[in-house]
Design a protein. Structure first.
Ligand code: GUN
Ligand code: ZN
Length: 442
């Protein structure tokens, strides 16, 4: 048998490969009630049933016993703003007023490296304590915001993609930059951090409304110079926003066409929200192999609209789930899946637990073009996973005694679950967060 350095016994659930249609998912899902996971140097060696796998074990290496717990691949959050952690639950406004009243003042504080370092540590602890092991993250316009986040993520060996916001109009003076400054600072960050360990860089123009054509040209130039970076922005979130962007860019054929004309669509391009797309915009996302982040708690909290899951599958557009903290209201992927289900219900779309877990793990990894490295327990993948305690409250315990199979257990978990269900989080083969462990100072 191949060498291993760690063995873990528990129940396991994952999705073994990507699919084009949700109907295919149950056939590629794997559930092992009593399973054995072998790791070597932060990578998966194998996952097997305990019955078969126990023969591979060396007598002198006792497996870690997580029986009674369910281990799933680490959650992938495809859209989140770390500087907005401190403003979750800001009352009363929709997108454009919400940005001006709450978001921009909070982001203005990230010129201070100490503040950025403190908030980065807190943010990463929030991700890990909720079972999220990979995220695509917005910083602020300040390069120090991204230095702080990458420094903290690097110490944890997390697979993280992030970038400095690029914006040069329609914001407060404290968040403005020139296209030339944006280019230079982004370039320096890419050279410092992109492909540094498990870290990657995303070019991050905030959205079309805060970008002049000159800024978008700089983004295009950087993408050309660094073709293996990611592109992360917002698209078609709010009806007023869309009308405004059409006024700002009258020569373009709609919102997505602004990004497309600057060659910002493509593989490793990720557009958050996409709630009010026109048919030709769906087709453009498909043809360019771009991806979407579906952010249900944010879309409901800001009253932005309902994401169309059915059309997303039908049009063949890659999609992952995002929390979109701080317009989103939780870091927790179980709760986010539960809200995604309700978004489906409002449109007569039945989001199964199997599909929801796919979007939150392998599907999200695929949307980020990381499905060759993370997202399930196939041999050679990086060992990022979450240990879930399926029943941590009297209500959950009662509900689980009545649940018949793994599908019902997973569905109850995404309906009633939250951060209390996350017992431990492993990153790169190491346990980096555990319930009841002493808090890391942050
Ligand atoms: N559009 C532009 N900036 C933002 C942001 O910070 N949050 C959300 N939800 N939408 C945006
Ligand atoms: Zn966002």
């Amino acid at each position: 048998s191949p060498g291993y350095t760690q063995a873990i016994r528990a129940s396991f659930f994952d999705i073994t490969r990507t699919v084009d249609q949700p109907q295919q998912l149950p056939d590629v899902a794997r559930y092992l009630e009593d399973g054995l996971l072998l790791l070597n140097q932060g990578c998966i060696v194998s996952l097997s049933a305990w019955e078969e796998g126990q023969h591979l074990l060396h007598p002198d290496l006792e497996p870690l016993d997580y029986r009674g717990k369910l281990i799933v691949p680490g959650f992938v959050d495809t859209h989140i703003h770390y500087p907005q952690t401190e403003m979750v639950g800001s009352y009363g406004e929709q997108l454009l007023e919400w940005l001006n009243q709450y978001t921009f003042p909070v982001e203005s504080q990230y010129h201070c490296p100490q503040h950025a370092a403190r908030m980065s540590a807190f943010f990463l602890q929030q991700l890990l304590s909720n079972g999220t092991t990979t995220a695509l993250v917005f910083g602020t316009v300040h390069p120090q915001s991204v230095d702080a986040l990458f420094t903290a993520a690097s110490a944890l060996e997390m697979r993280l993609i992030a970038g400095k916001v690029m914006m040069d109009r329609h914001g407060p003076d404290a968040l403005m930059e020139t296209p030339e400054e944006s280019y230079q600072q982004t370039r320096e960050l890419i050279e410092r951090w992109h492909n540094h360990g498990r870290l990657s860089y995303a070019l991050t123009p905030r959205y079309a409304a805060t970008s002049t054509p000159e800024l978008l040209e700089k983004v295009q130039q950087l993408r050309h110079e660094f073709p293996d970076t990611w592109l992360h922005t917002h698209l078609s979130e709010n009806l007023q926003e869309i009308a405004w962007i059409k006024e700002l860019f009258p020569e373009h054929n709609g919102y997505l066409d602004v990004y497309h004309q600057y060659q910002l669509t493509g593989q490793r391009s990720l557009f958050a929200h996409c709630l009010h797309l026109e048919d030709h915009e769906w087709d453009c996302l498909h043809h360019t192999d771009s991806a979407i982040a579906f952010c249900p708690t944010s879309n409901l909290f800001l009253g932005s609209g309902l994401f169309d899951l059915k059309t997303c599958w039908h049009k063949g557009v890659k999609m992952g789930i995002g929390t979109d903290i701080g317009a989103g209201t939780t870091f927790n992927m179980l709760q986010t899946m539960g809200e995604a289900y309700k978004v489906g219900q409002l449109q007569r779309y039945k989001l199964s637990a199997c599909e929801a877990f796919y979007h939150a793990t392998l599907g999200g990894a695929k949307a980020l073009d990381l499905d060759d490295r993370i997202g399930n327990f196939m041999p050679g993948k990086e060992a990022d996973f979450v240990v879930i305690d399926p029943a941590v409250s009297p209500l959950q315990q009662m509900r689980h005694t009545n649940s018949r199979d793994i599908w019902e257990k997973l569905f109850v978990l995404m309906t009633l679950g939250d951060d209390r269900n996350i017992a431990a989080t492993w990153v790169n083969g190491r346990c980096v967060w555990e319930v009841n462990a002493p808090a890391v100072n942050s």
